[in-house]
Design a binder for this molecule. Structure first.
Ligand SMILES: C[S@@+](CC[C@H](N)C(=O)[O-])C[C@H]1O[C@@H](n2cnc3c(N)ncnc32)[C@H](O)[C@@H]1O
Length: 227
């Protein structure tokens, strides 16, 4: 009998292979990438990105770091990322499952992940990511969270018109094209997120002193300096 975890992982991979073929628009993650970049250490030789997708953040990292290694387990995402980064010889894209990848110890000045950790076992992945950092290096995470309580519900209400207006300004449409919506809806059926308190508890345990920030468009960030 097949392992249900394997099936779940296969589904995520298939979802992103499908999404990659439709990918054209920017996402709400993009509004927070500059905030992440501002947290980078001054001297950043080596950066690692987990779950790079089409490589939007990898390319931004590559302007600040000497070398960027970017992983994703969707072959279609990696193919697109390579194509879009043809002007960035300092990025190496690898098609690899982050859960099986052998993280080198103390080898990077920045280890980052955008909108990917909710697909992985958070504690285990954060431990691997923090071990891969050199002393003085920075861990950067942007991800989505599950609302809990009235304040989150209210923030979500405020976020809705902001999100629609931003999309309208950027694309001239209130909603993404139908095929894109359908692919994300299918993916959303099995997607789940941690609440901010769960994220904060994990950070307290694993990343002492980490800065966990809630952002308007259903996202949070973690910034942690390894001392
Ligand atoms: C929501 S997308 C975010 C992509 C990109 N970081 C961005 O912000 O546009 C999540 C990405 O994580 C990748 N991913 C999910 N689980 C993974 C795993 N176990 N190993 C490597 N990549 C994974 C998916 O293929 C997908 O490209």
């Amino acid at each position: 009998m097949s392992d249900p975890m394997d099936e779940a992982t296969q589904k995520v991979k298939a979802d992103f292979d499908r999404i990659a073929l439709l990918s054209s628009e920017s996402s709400h993650n993009d509004y927070y990438l500059n905030y992440l970049l501002r947290q980078l250490p001054h001297a950043c030789a080596d950066a690692l990105e987990i779950g790079c997708g089409t490589g939007d953040f990898s390319r931004l990292l590559a302007r600040r770091a000497k070398r960027v290694l970017a992983l994703d387990f969707s072959p279609n995402m990696i193919q697109l990322a390579r194509r879009r980064a043809s002007d960035y010889p300092n990025i190496e894209f690898q098609c690899a499952d982050a859960t099986l990848w052998d993280f080198p110890v103390e080898s990077f000045d920045c280890v980052a992940s955008v909108a990917t950790l909710h697909h992985l076992e958070m504690k285990g992945m954060l431990s691997k990511m923090s071990r891969a950092l050199r002393q003085g290096g920075t861990l950067l995470v942007l991800d989505l969270f599950e609302n809990e309580g009235a304040v989150d519900a209210l923030t979500s209400l405020v976020a809705m018109p902001v999100s629609l207006s931003l999309r309208l300004l950027q694309t001239g449409r209130l909603l993404p094209p139908r095929a894109v919506r359908e692919a994300w809806d299918e993916h959303g059926r099995t997607d789940s997120y941690l609440t901010l308190s769960q994220v904060r508890n994990i950070c307290e345990e694993l990343l002492p002193g980490a800065k966990v920030r809630k952002h308007l468009l259903w996202r949070y960030s973690i910034v942690w300096k390894k001392v």
